[in-house]
Design a protein around this ligand. Sequence first.
Ligand code: ZN
Ligand code: ZN
Length: 284
Amino acid sequence: MLVSLPVMSLYVASLNSGSNGNCYYVGNGNDAVLVDAGLSCRETERRMAKLKLSMKTVSAIFISHEHGDHIKGVNVLSKKYNLPVYFTENTFRFSRLSVEKSLVRTFTAEERISVNGLDITAFAKHHDARDPHSFTIEGNDVTIGVYTDIGNVCDNLTMHFKRCHAAFLEANYDASMLESGRYPIHLKQRIRGGKGHLSNDEALELFRTHKPGHMSHIFLSHLSKDNNNPDLVARMFNEHAGDTQVIIASRYNETGVYHIQHPSARKGNTTTNPYGAQASLFGH
Ligand SMILES: [Zn+2]
Ligand SMILES: [Zn+2]
């Protein structure tokens, strides 16, 4: 069903975020892409349905790296919905996924890939996977970042982050909780080493220093179950957020669907909501 499109805006949601599964939705009202598919097909469908999002609007899946929490649902989703899946060649090889050959697409860093009105650009990141990449998605003059599983903040990440109207940004662990926690030392070192995950402090430093004035939403993502506290990290960010809304992308539930607008479209805008009258669309 075609509905009147809101101009200069995109819709985003996290279906789940964390070491138990990652899946992020970015759509323009008619078409969408999923970044990572780390929930089962059935759970992806269930959460999409709860958000009144149709799998039929999804045009492609983009895979950041081959860890299980990012690829668990890929084989079944791709087959069931005939969805192309974008990987780097190395990520595809190391993922051992069995995506139908005709549905495998490859990308390289900085290549701009257009899928039904959405432009997706990947860039390399520091993480202990074979060939890990982050994604920036643009459409309708709005820019969305999906930045999780990052060992440290590199110039590339900073450059992309500065352009975003909304970003899913990893805030994986509180340094003192990790230090005093029950993890064995090798695992602690893996997490906080340069190829593991971003700490709350590292994510906050990026946010404080480089948050652009036009960023309306920050989704704190991939929080550790054992080494983080959602209230704590939300408080840390809220102290520096100004007009930017801070949302936790949970490891237990989907977020709402958020309507991300270009600043010039925000004031007095009463655009048609293509997904039905759902309060969560406008942030909660
Ligand atoms: Zn992960
Ligand atoms: Zn990972």
